[in-house]
Ligand binder design. Sequence first.
Ligand code: DGL
Length: 269
Amino acid sequence: MQQPIAILDSGVGGLTVVKEVMRQLPREKIIYFGDTARTPYGPRSAEEVQAFTREIVDYLIQFQPKMIVIACNTATAVALSDIRSRVAIPVVGVINPGARAAIGRTTTGCIGVIGTVGTIKSGAYENALRELSPHVQVISEACPNFVPLVEKGNFRSDETYDVVRASIAHLRQHPMDTLILGCTHYPFLTETISEVMGSEVALISSADETAREISTILHDKRKLAKNDQIPVHQFFCSGDPYMFKQIAQQWLGEQIDLTPVVWQVPNIS
Ligand code: DGL
């Protein structure tokens, strides 16, 4: 049996990481969980996000993954070390890869970060950036209205443009050459964000660098898949399967095998 890579998020956001893993590691089988019944995670307490992340990991462990990827910045910020202490396989988050990519890109040392309320409040990006480069200047802004737009598949409407413009108006007053999309949902809005920020600001998504980190770990552990058949990925979501499937197939450019999951635990609020 081929051991899969397990990837999770509060919803469709982690698919931005899935797409990059498929591109960089086409032999690897992926199992993906989107907790669409309880999205968004951004406004929730750290304890709640930790509890939800544990539940998803407990669910995914039945597939005997060789690695877990927390493709959600909010969950990475508050649950990465907790999950690492609970499982015996490598667990990768998206914040350090995003910070590394931004440091690699900036020339002025002025970096903006947008993310959910939970991620921005945690200060995780600022810490990760300063650990790499102590003199970097970081300006952060929470954009709580982005995730609901993405979960509805509303990527390019007038409403989206207005929400993006209003949410990042404050950031635009600060000089920066690099902006971290510190939520895995935000790459769905790349064109709109770029239009508002201007072409001189480079937008950084963690997906590319996260896939590279996955590749390096699997290589070092001699765990890279060696099969020659195309792997059959499996997707799970806890909420509306119709919307999830639509967005996933559009984003990934292929049909997906989706199983709706009904949580035993009534944690939905
Ligand atoms: N995509 C997630 C993140 O990167 C979660 C967004 C949310 O559910 O609020 O933070």
